[in-house]
Structures are given as structure tokens and as C-alpha cells.
Design a binder for this molecule. Structure first.
Ligand SMILES: [Zn+2]
Length: 252
């Protein structure tokens, strides 16, 4: 049985802390301080990384120095001891993991899928967010669209552990992109209550994202019409609709 908890870091990052009995791992430790605090006297067994951005990797040197633990992640990151690539299968914490390449936010971005008896758990870094997706810093719209499409094909009950608490601002955009979608309105109401109590809105699930995330809903007639009002062509491909939404969101 693996317990998964968020460790808040910086303004809105979540470092995901996985615990199986006395074994502790973290995903994307951008800052070592909150991890030391969460671990107390426990030892860190290993680190998993999704991409090279400093708010996901900045804590790695101090954690490795303190715990001498392995670091799994993209080969682009200097501290990685176990480079991961698309399709890799891993056995960590007595469970099976799968690696998916998801370029777009960065070119080196990977997602990690943990298989447990209770279902699948997706650690997707800055690729898929609750009701949103990452900015395109390095990749093309085509790459990001493909990456999101692959993630959307995971089972609907897959739990989604994003690396930032962006849910409310993403839902505001989702309502602009698809006005009148009752699932988005309901999610906005529940996420507002959760944030008012300062709790995380995550994890999400693939099923919730399929119903409310405009970047996974480029076939929706309402979204296509809204994208046209932002410059997409009348018979725009799903990639063009996606690219238009992403540009719109960049200045929303
Ligand atoms: Zn990032």
C-alpha cells in the first residue's frame, strides 16, 4: 500500500511524497527544505523527476547529499543516476511503473505511471494540469497535443498528480473556452470550496479531465466555435484548435 501526499513548495508547487511502510520517495523536489520537514527522521529512498525546470529539480543536490539516494528522470538533468526514456518499465517501492515521453512543455518531459491494486496513478509534472496544460516552452503544439492525447487514453479512474495548484485559474479559462459546460461549473464550485479551506484540489482523475479540461476537448463544438473567435480556421484540425486555445490561455 502506497500513501501519496502533497508537500506544498514555493507559491503553488506540489512535491508528491510517496510512502510504502518505511520507504519514502519524492517526485519533483524543487525545494529540499519542505521535503526535509515532511520526512522528519525518516530517510529518503529515491527521487523521481519529470523534467529539468528548477522548480522541479532545485532540491535534488541537497537531498542527494543528505540521503545518497538514486535519482530517476530524464537524462538531460545532471543529477540523474537512472536515466528514463519512453516505454521503460520500472519496479520501485515493490510496484510496477511505466515511463511515457510527453514532450511539449519541455522536450525532455516524461510522465510516470504507478500501477497499484487500487488503480493507476499518473505523475505528469507540468504537462497535464487540473483543467489545463503546461505552457509550450520548448515543444510544438503538435508534440503537446500528442502527449496530452496519450495521457487522456489512460483509464478514466487514473488519479492525476499535477505539479502545481493552478486549478481555479484554469477553470476560469475553461469556462471562457466552453461556456455552459455544467461539469466545469460544478468543478468550479467544488474547487472554490476546497481552496477556501486551503486544501489541494488534487489529485484529479483522467475522467474528470476529459469532462472539464478544454485542452482535451478540442472536438467540442462550443470549444471549436470559441477557438474560431480567437483566430482558428473554420475546419481547424484538433491540433490547430489546441494551439489556438494554448495561445489564448497564454494571455488570458
Ligand atoms: Zn516546468
Amino acid at each position: 500500500m502506497i500513501t501519496i501526499r502533497p508537500i506544498p513548495a514555493f507559491n503553488d508547487n506540489y512535491i508528491w511524497h510517496l510512502q510504502s511502510e518505511d520507504q519514502h520517495w519524492v517526485v519533483d523536489p524543487g525545494d529540499a527544505g519542505p521535503v526535509f520537514k515532511a520526512l522528519g527522521n525518516s530517510k529518503l529512498a529515491g527521487i523521481l523527476l519529470t523534467h529539468h525546470h528548477p522548480d522541479h529539480t532545485g532540491g535534488v543536490p541537497a537531498l542527494v547529499q543528505a540521503y545518497d539516494c538514486p535519482v530517476y528522470g530524464p537524462a538531460t538533468i545532471a543529477q540523474v543516476t537512472h536515466p528514463l526514456t519512453d516505454g521503460d518499465q520500472l519496479s520501485l517501492m515493490d510496484h510496477q511503473w511505466e515511463v511515457m515521453a510527453v514532450p511539449g512543455h519541455t522536450l525532455d518531459h516524461i510522465a510516470l505511471v504507478l500501477h497499484t491494486d487500487e488503480g493507476q496513478h499518473l505523475f505528469c509534472g507540468d504537462t497535464l494540469f487540473a483543467a489545463g496544460c503546461g505552457r509550450l516552452f520548448e515543444g510544438t503544439p503538435e508534440q503537446m497535443f500528442q502527449s496530452l492525447t496519450h495521457l487522456a487514453e489512460l483509464p478514466a479512474d487514473t488519479r492525476v498528480y499535477c505539479a502545481h495548484e493552478y486549478t481555479l485559474s484554469n477553470l476560469k479559462f475553461a469556462l471562457a473556452a466552453e461556456p455552459g459546460n455544467p461539469a466545469i461549473e460544478a468543478r468550479m464550485a467544488s474547487a472554490s470550496r476546497i481552496r477556501a479551506e486551503n486544501h489541494p484540489t488534487l489529485p484529479s482523475t483522467i475522467g474528470i479531465e476529459l469532462a472539464t479540461n478544454p485542452f482535451l476537448r478540442t472536438e467540442s463544438p462550443v470549444i471549436r466555435a470559441q477557438a474560431r473567435s480567437q483566430g482558428a480556421s473554420t475546419n481547424g484540425s484538433p491540433v490547430e484548435i489546441f494551439a489556438t486555445l494554448r495561445r489564448w490561455k497564454d494571455t488570458f
